[in-house]
Design a protein around this ligand. Structure first.
Ligand SMILES: CC(C)(COP(=O)(O)OP(=O)(O)OC[C@H]1O[C@@H](n2cnc3c(N)ncnc32)[C@H](O)[C@@H]1OP(=O)(O)O)[C@@H](O)C(=O)NCCC(=O)NCCS
Length: 172
C-alpha cells in the first residue's frame, strides 16, 4: 500500500500573528461525513449539496483532498478525475472547494487550490474549469487570485436558481 506523505505549510494569520501549521492529504472513505457536513454548512443556499457533493465523493470518479490543522479537517477540495476533451484540451473540473467559516481568509483555500493544481497536472490535466455563483464574492475572489479567467455565465445553473460563472485556467 502506498502511504501518502502529508505536506505541511505554515500560513500566517494576520489577526493573531501566529503561523498555523496546515497539512493536506487525500481524503479517505471515513472522511465522507466531514465532506457532507461542511457542504451542508456552506452550500445549502444553492440546493441539496450535502447529497450532491456526498454523491460525487462516493462516485470514484472524483479526487478529494483535505486540509487539516492539528489533525482536524478544516476544509476540502474536490475535482473530477475525468479527462474529457474541451477545445482539444485534457480537462478536469473543480467540483467544490470549502473551508470552515471560522478559518476563512487564512490562506487555506489558496493552499487547497495549489495542491489541486499540482495533483491534476501530475495526472496530465492541461486545464481546470469550475463554476461558481455570480454572487459569491469569496469564491470569485479566490479563483481570480488563483489565476482563473472568466468564460461564460450559465443561467439558473444551481438547483435553487442562481446563475453561475464558468471559469478556466491553463495548468499544462
Ligand atoms: C471560497 C473559500 C473556499 C475561500 O477560502 P479561504 O480559505 O478563505 O481563502 P483564502 O484565505 O486562501 O483567500 C484567498 C483570496 O480569496 C479572496 N477572498 C477570500 N474570501 C473573500 C471574501 N469573502 N470576499 C472577497 N474576496 C475573498 C481574497 O482575494 C483572498 O486573498 P486575501 O485574503 O489575501 O485578500 C471560502 O470562503 C469558502 O469555503 N466559502 C464557501 C464555499 C464556497 O463558496 N466555495 C467556492 C465555490 S465552490
Amino acid at each position: 500500500m502506498r502511504v501518502e506523505v502529508k505536506k505541511a505549510s505554515y500560513l500566517y494569520d494576520k489577526r493573531t500573528g501566529h503561523r498555523d501549521r496546515v497539512t493536506v492529504r487525500r481524503a479517505a472513505g471515513a472522511d465522507a461525513e466531514y465532506v457532507r457536513g461542511l457542504s451542508k454548512k456552506v452550500f445549502h443556499q444553492y440546493g441539496p449539496y450535502e447529497e450532491i457533493v456526498g454523491g460525487w465523493f462516493d462516485s470514484r470518479k472524483t479526487m478529494t483532498i483535505l486540509a487539516l490543522m492539528e489533525k482536524r479537517p478544516v476544509g476540502f477540495a474536490m475535482v473530477s478525475q475525468l479527462e474529457r476533451e474541451w477545445y482539444s484540451l485534457r480537462v478536469s473540473e473543480l467540483l467544490a472547494i470549502a473551508v470552515e467559516p471560522a478559518k476563512w481568509r487564512r490562506g487555506i483555500g489558496s493552499l487547497l487550490m495549489s495542491e489541486i493544481e499540482r495533483k491534476t497536472k501530475v495526472l496530465g490535466i492541461e486545464t481546470l474549469i469550475l463554476h461558481t455563483a455570480v454572487e459569491n464574492p469569496a469564491g470569485l475572489g479566490l479563483f481570480k487570485k488563483c489565476g482563473f479567467m472568466k468564460f461564460k455565465i450559465k443561467k439558473k445553473f444551481y438547483p435553487e436558481g442562481q446563475d453561475a460563472l464558468m471559469m478556466y485556467k491553463g495548468i499544462g
